[in-house]
Design a protein. Structure first.
Length: 290
């Protein structure tokens, strides 16, 4: 009789667990964040905000975290992307330091600065060995005597101070407001001398710079001064939604998703407890009686 009752209760618990499991599988639909009235953008699509054009790039699924990273096992798959826009009037600056060397249109120069006149003077570096080697009347290397360098003439061994022998080096002078050809990373640019002090001279120019904004779910982005947030409706598209119009709804939908997860976990708890309780009851009923 005891075992028969245990079997009945076991079946009851199994039915309860099976019903809960069926409800999880069929009756509970996973909610998702949806904004069907907002535009979606795929890679290479553009969005213009107050006259500034942004381009969507590299919308793709990546694996974050986990052992090994970079796609290693155990990571979480998330959708990421980028937004780019070109600033055609970005202001760039560079400095020249007094006493340093610089390259100007392929030639090396020493830099000297005069803050009183506001001038930059570039003095060309001279290849002393090459100059001496090209003149058969003198020895190929300078002669040092008491800290002063001299040129020794081959014919009679007479000496002449090296500074007097060498030709006058090329000098270039630039004042504040003058154009200056500067070797930037992108190639030579026409800069303007904007300031000269005793220690440094400042050059400035404008150029095109591509700005890159990373996109990730829920992150805030500023598009030409306007606040938006990011939502990925699919693995290949992104929505850029104005905060003041959509963010409250976004938070409400996230709260609904969290509540769904709590309810689903609770139902799974019922499934597990029902099967465990049935097995425990059945095992207890069939234990041998001493």
């Amino acid at each position: 009789m005891q075992r028969r009752a245990a079997a009945v209760y076991f079946v009851l618990f199994v039915l309860i667990g099976a019903g809960a499991l069926g409800f999880v599988q069929v009756g509970m639909t996973q909610p998702t964040v949806q904004f069907p009235d907002a535009p979606e953008y795929a890679s290479d699509d553009t969005i213009t905000v107050d006259g500034r054009t942004h381009t969507v790039a590299n919308v793709t699924t990546v694996t974050t975290g986990g052992e090994g990273g970079h796609g290693g096992g155990g990571g979480e798959e998330v959708i990421r992307g980028n937004l780019t826009w070109v600033n055609d009037s970005a202001r760039m600056t560079a400095t020249l330091e007094s006493g340093s060397t610089t390259t100007y249109e392929g030639t090396e120069y020493n830099v000297s600065l005069d803050n009183e006149t506001g001038e930059i003077t570039l003095t060309a570096l001279q290849n002393v060995s090459a100059i001496l080697a090209a003149d058969p009347a003198v020895e190929d290397e300078p002669f040092d005597q008491n800290g002063t360098q001299y040129v020794r003439y081959v014919e009679d061994g007479t000496l002449q101070p090296l500074s007097e022998y060498l030709p006058e080096p090329e000098r270039l002078t630039f004042a504040v407001g003058d154009d200056y050809r500067y070797p930037a990373d992108s190639g030579n640019v026409t800069a303007t001398v904007t300031a000269v002090t005793a220690d440094t001279a400042t050059l400035s120019w404008t150029t095109s710079v591509t700005n890159r904004i990373p996109l990730q779910e829920g992150a805030n982005v500023t598009l030409n001064g306007q606040q938006h947030f990011v939502h990925f409706p699919s693995e290949e598209s992104v929505q850029l939604l104005p905060n003041d119009e959509y963010y409250g709804n976004y938070q409400s939908q996230l709260t609904e998703i969290d509540y769904f997860e709590e309810r689903r976990n609770g139902v799974w708890g019922v499934v597990i407890l029902a099967f465990l309780a049935g097995l425990f009851l059945l095992a207890t009923a069939f234990m041998p009686v001493k």
